[in-house]
Unconditional design. Structure first.
Length: 275
């Protein structure tokens, strides 16, 4: 057994109840947990089970932040834990976003729903190096205005002029909506693409959300003239080992856990059935 299979003990230290059933959890480990934007960990609750979860923060040190949706057996058990409870963490696993390729370029982030969690980590990394990138835009789509994650911090970045921020929701009681002073459209996420001024030849894009989002947005970005090597998406597959040994996550001979979960569109084109 390699050390990758041995969970480290982490303490549940803080719960930020962002929106119902989408809480941001902070865990403390005994040592540094150097997880990069786009990478993930396997979180286990003793006696219950485990699941894969992305880092939702760009943070050094012995902390792990994850925005977790209560969806099934193990996440439900996590939501019932008190502060101070012990969980297991394995990782960090996978290849994250290639940050160096974002420097010196315009950056377009596109988040659908909970896809905002991994993109929050990337956004924090980019803001930390804000002087080294051009335009930084975020298009964020959610079901309705009440379930938009991290809106206070996103709005604050927009107000400081660090981020060009656009929201859209599937449903809203009134039109137009404003979220903390930021305009919010009602409609599908790809429609927001018309609202950003793209310089395709110098833009890198990162997309994170449900599979349906990838099917329409990735081709559309390529259609705008972005290079397929400069469009990145994070795939979600059911995972077990997280280290390329159980074949659970394999797509077209590629292990999503080890070779991804972040892939360029150029790579995805060669992985039949990936999107
Ligand atoms: C690389 C990676 C990163 C992830 N990051 C996050 C994250 O940041 N936050 C978060 O809340 N969740 C994340 N997930 C999803 C999380 O691992 C699953 O939701 C997990 O199964 C929840 O465990 P559970 O026992 O509560 O639910 P389960 O009982 O396992 O599943 C509940 C329902 O979700 C469906 N489901 C579970 N996993 C997947 C999947 N991978 N793809 C499609 N459908 C699935 C099941 O079919 C079932 O209907 C990530 C998954 C991967 C692979
Ligand atoms: S989860 Fe085991 S090979 Fe990817």
């Amino acid at each position: 057994m390699t050390l990758d299979f041995v969970p480290r003990t982490a303490i549940l230290e803080e719960i930020d109840r962002q929106v119902p059933d989408h809480h941001l959890f902070r865990f403390r480990l005994p040592n540094a947990f150097p997880i990069a934007p786009g990478q993930f960990a396997e979180l286990t609750i003793p006696g219950i089970g485990g699941f894969a979860v992305s880092t939702a923060a760009f943070a050094a040190g012995p902390l792990f932040h994850a925005c977790i949706r209560r969806i099934g057996r193990v996440t439900d058990a996590l939501y019932r834990l008190p502060l101070g409870a012990r969980v297991g963490l394995r990782g960090p696993f996978g290849k994250g976003f290639p940050l160096e390729e974002f420097l010196g370029r315009d950056v377009l982030l596109i988040a659908g729903g909970l896809g905002m969690a991994p993109l929050r980590a990337l956004l924090q990394a980019l803001v930390a190096r804000r002087g080294e990138i051009g335009r930084l835009s975020l298009l964020y789509g959610a079901h309705d205005p009440r379930v938009i994650l991290f809106k206070d911090e996103l709005n604050a970045l927009a107000r400081q002029g660090l981020l060009d921020l656009h929201y859209t929701v599937d449903f809203a009681a009134e039109i137009p909506w404003r979220i903390g002073g930021i305009a919010c459209q009602v409609g599908l996420l790809p429609q927001l693409l018309d609202t950003v001024r793209l310089r395709p030849e110098r833009t890198v894009a990162a997309v994170c959300g449900p599979p349906g989002l990838y099917r329409c947005v990735l081709d559309e970005l390529a259609g705008f003239g972005l290079a397929e090597e400069a469009i990145f998406a994070s795939l979600e597959r059911r995972m077990r080992c997280g280290i390329g040994q159980c074949c659970h996550c394999a797509v077209a001979g590629v292990y999503v856990c080890r070779d991804g979960p972040v892939f360029s569109l150029a790579q995805l084109r060669r992985m039949e059935g990936a999107i």
